[in-house]
Design a protein around this ligand. Structure first.
Ligand SMILES: Cc1cc2nc3c(=O)[nH]c(=O)nc-3n(C[C@H](O)[C@H](O)[C@H](O)COP(=O)(O)OP(=O)(O)OC[C@H]3O[C@@H](n4cnc5c(N)ncnc54)[C@H](O)[C@@H]3O)c2cc1C
Length: 337
């Protein structure tokens, strides 16, 4: 196991924020992870995956555990389905490419989401009408206090919109080491009705799409809409889309009849946070090196040398403006440290 001291985390977070980690453990086996956990007993830890869902506002004094476990393994299969397990440090998109290559369906709508497999359950990642929970079978995680391995089923993870038990009751208590997925080998359930997927397929004259066609359509749409973190620092959607109740929604709709919304249940309505931020006048705004993306107001960006604190100050400015204009509170999706 490699241990480094006082290293910059700039290359380890997609916002490209330059903070220092006092102690950095590069962990490639479960045995190494258990050893560090037993040595660090009772110490608070900082768990790092691909760094694509975090805003670092200060140097990290806690030991940083970079979870870089690799490996993909078939657990069981029939003619129709497969249970496949990937270690936490596998890159999410590369894992999807592996599945598509082998004709395992289910994850294709979530192509090109940055980050690692082991982090995907934490916020129940999702895109283009599909969430991780739709294909999640189970995950293995190590208890940071006892170093014991626990297997969590789909139900036990209590998945919700960008949410799971790992962000609530069990926050900071488990480190996920692998995730198993239940995928289809034939009769794939293709989901083309969300966003611009169908349009992209039509544009390419694809009438009977494969999972690969869907993945490629999603990749093309994402590349046209979202800034590439390798070129412009960002962490994807900075805020979650707020969900409001029926009374709140009626008042909101009277005032803003043109506002887009998505009906979740008879009494719950999701409002696109990007629209709220745009209407509050922040789309394309720049303050020093911190900014709101010019095409997608939900994405805050680092033009180069912004500090985490500067990005956070901007996020708070945006939040206050949205409350003032709409009376709606938007909450960060990104983990702030
Ligand atoms: C351009 C862009 C687009 C994005 N689009 C989407 C999208 O469409 N949908 C979506 O849902 N998300 C999206 N995201 C957010 C992000 O990609 C996901 O949340 C991803 O799952 C984060 O993975 P990561 O490995 O980078 O996590 P990190 O940023 O490394 O960690 C995130 C959190 O999980 C904890 N953590 C990390 N690894 C583990 C582990 N093994 N066990 C326990 N805790 C752990 C960390 O401590 C931290 O609190 C996007 C991000 C970017 C930059």
């Amino acid at each position: 196991m490699q241990i480094s001291h006082n290293i910059s985390l700039k290359q380890h977070n997609t916002f490209g924020i330059d903070v220092t980690a006092e102690t950095f453990y590069h962990i490639t086996t479960v045995a190494q992870l258990k050893k560090v956990l037993s040595e660090q007993k009772n110490n608070a830890l900082f768990i790092l995956g691909g760094g694509s869902n975090m805003l670092l506002t200060q140097d990290i004094k806690k030991p940083v555990l970079h979870i870089d476990l690799k490996g993909i393994e078939v657990i069981s299969e029939t003619d129709d389905n497969i249970i496949i397990k990937a270690s936490a440090g596998e890159n999410w998109h590369q894992f999807i490419i592996h599945c598509i290559h082998n004709n395992y369906g289910g994850l294709e709508n979530m192509s090109l989401i940055p980050g690692n497999v082991g982090t995907a359950p934490i916020q129940n990642i999702g895109a283009y009408g599909v969430e991780l929970k739709d294909c999640f079978y189970s995950c293995e995680a190590i208890d940071v206090n006892t170093q014991e391995t626990h297997t969590f089923t789909n139900k036990e993870c209590e998945f919700g919109y960008r949410n799971s038990i790992f962000k609530n009751q069990l926050k900071g208590q488990f480190i996920i080491t692998s995730v198993s997925f239940s995928l289809t080998k034939r009769n794939h359930k293709l989901r083309t009705g969300y966003g611009a997927i169908q349009e992209a397929l039509n544009a390419n004259n694809i009438s009977t799409p494969t999972i690969k066609d869907i993945s490629e359509a999603v990749i093309a749409i994402r590349q046209s809409k979202l800034p590439d973190p390798n070129k412009l620092g960002n962490s994807g959607s900075f805020f979650k889309n707020p969900i409001i109740d029926l009374d709140g929604f009626r008042t909101f709709q009277q005032q803003f009849p043109e506002a887009p919304f998505y009906k979740i249940t008879e009494t719950q309505f999701k409002i696109p946070a990007g629209w709220l931020i745009e209407q509050a006048g922040f789309k394309g705004k720049r303050y020093g090196d911190a900014g709101v993306h010019k095409n997608q107001a939900l994405v805050l960006v680092n033009y180069g040398n912004a500090t985490g604190q500067e990005i956070w100050d901007l996020a708070m400015k945006v939040k206050e403006a949205v409350i003032k204009k709409f009376g709606i509170t938007i909450a960060p999706e990104v983990n702030v440290f």
